[in-house]
Design a protein around this ligand. Structure first.
Ligand code: URP
Ligand code: ZN
Ligand code: ZN
Length: 461
């Protein structure tokens, strides 16, 4: 099948020019003005941006967590992602207690095969235990399967948190195997003390989620992870940076030339701590971790994005329905399943409030949601750009198209929208994955199973 995308404005991480893009057998084969090529399908992209498909390197599909399971699987989650302009996501394969790493990966492959995704999917391996199921020999072999990143949680004590010994051992394996180390950086021990104290004092409301997870404890863990990675010789990727306290050690490390990459998520740029105080348990919708911070941190994050202290914006899509899932914690904030939705609204929110306000250039937008995740996680230049030979993962984005964001506007199974009522101008209109039309004029046209598992390369040393 061949596709000609005609008359658009091609935007990559570095370029911005008018051209037609010709796609054959899933890859881009020609780029040029007024291409004279016969195609099975022609897409009119006049007055549209033609951008590389976005990559979401931080999602949690069909994941058991907090006594329940996230409400999007790889079907609903990838459909919703595609409407948001994402053509690849990298999901966290979680090692359950006592499970071996090969078994954990097999479990995640089964979830993916069962759900028949519409966009491409890769995995990070989340290491939660090196005592019973997991061992370092198996861990060293994981990159052979195209899973070239290990994730560790420094929080969630008593469930998936690891101690520093485990963290450091995994970092040393990563230094040998060319894998990237991802950390959720918060001091889980101190947070646990604060949670127990808050509950003992009778504080049960959602706002206490934030009051028991202060920014200093994210800053401390971020710095600890950076120093440990430095000693181990491993590259480090700090997920969901939410505050100044975490950004500062990343800035210092990058200024020193250390291999540290910072990610923030859409929600930290727009949702602040006060949302947790919404009445009638509405605040539970914003219980994700790290928590929404006081508003002044948002400006620091925007500056971090502009200066490349933060290099990626992901969604950390970890969706739980408010009704029946978030309500598990009605009487106890510590039982509210941690996680928020947002897989569909990253590009339109960043375009509207980033590009249209002049905070981000279009090139920077592409870097943050596509090229940098592709480079960081071993997908570039197959993905993350529009170039001859690259996968034809392409978004035709209409900068004029208006959307009002709501629970009804998205295609996730979740029953609310973090950005409820927000009006944005600019939305993905047509989306191709390896040359196959997934979304056409904001209608789903893909066959289930269009998406594939993507094997990723090791991190360049
Ligand atoms: O609240 C969150 N972010 N839940 C998902 C797990 C994690 O910490 O990324
Ligand atoms: Zn996390
Ligand atoms: Zn996450």
């Amino acid at each position: 099948m061949s596709v000609l995308i005609r008359g658009g404005r091609v935007i990559t991480a570095t370029d911005d020019y008018a051209a037609d893009v010709f796609v054959e057998n899933g890859v881009v084969t020609q780029i040029g003005l007024s291409l004279d090529a016969r195609a099975d399908r022609v897409i009119d992209a006049r007055e549209r941006y033609v951008m590389p498909g976005a990559i979401d390197p931080h999602t949690h599909m069909d994941m058991p967590f907090g006594g329940t399971v996230t409400c999007d699987d790889f079907t609903s989650g990838t459909v919703s992602a595609a409407f948001g302009g994402s053509t690849t996501l990298i999901d966290f394969c979680m090692q359950s207690p006592g499970q071996t790493f090969p078994d954990a990966l097999a479990t995640w492959h089964q979830k993916l095969e069962r759900a028949r995704p519409v966009i491409d999917v890769g995995f990070h391996l989340a290491v939660t235990d090196l005592q019973k199921g997991g061992n370092l020999e198996d861990l060293a072999r994981v990159p052979e399967q195209g899973v070239t990143s290990y994730k560790l949680f420094m929080a969630y004590k008593g469930s998936i948190m690891v101690d520093d010994e485990t963290l450091f051992k995994v970092m040393k394996v990563a230094a040998r195997t060319g894998a990237m180390v991802l950390v959720h950086a918060e001091n889980g021990d101190a947070i646990e003390v604060l949670i127990r104290e808050a509950l003992a004092a009778g504080h049960t409301e959602p706002i206490w989620h934030a009051r028991t997870r202060p920014p200093e404890l994210e800053g401390e863990a971020t710095n600890r992870a950076i120093q440990l990675a430095r000693v181990a010789g491993a590259p480090l990727y700090v997920v969901h940076v939410s505050c100044r306290d975490a950004l500062e050690p990343i800035a210092r490390a990058r200024a020193a030339g250390w291999r540290v990459t910072g990610e923030t998520c859409t929600q930290y740029l727009f949702i602040d701590e006060s949302f947790l105080e919404k009445p009638d348990f509405e605040g539970a919708k914003y219980v994700y971790t790290p928590p929404p911070r006081p508003k002044e941190h948002q400006e620091v994050l925007w500056r971090g994005l502009a200066t490349d202290v933060l290099s990626v914006v992901s969604t950390d899509h970890c969706a739980f329905k408010w009704q029946g899932q978030k309500t598990i914690g009605w009487d106890d904030f510590s039982k509210i399943p941690n996680g928020g939705p947002g897989i569909e609204d990253r590009l339109n929110m960043l375009h509207h409030f980033g590009v249209r306000t002049g905070r981000l250039s279009l090139n920077r937008l592409v870097q943050l949601v596509s090229t940098n995740p592709a480079r960081t996680f071993g997908l570039y230049p197959r993905k993350g750009t529009i170039a001859i030979g690259s996968d034809a993962d392409i978004v035709v984005f209409n900068p004029e198209r208006k959307l009002t964001l709501s629970a009804a506007s998205h295609h996730s199974n979740v029953d609310y929208n973090l950005y409820e009522g927000t009006e944005v101008q600019g939305a993905p209109e047509t989306v191709l994955v390896r040359g196959q039309l997934i979304i056409e004029d904001r209608q789903l046209v893909a066959d289930p199973g269009t998406g594939r598992f993507v094997r990723r390369a090791r991190v360049p040393q």
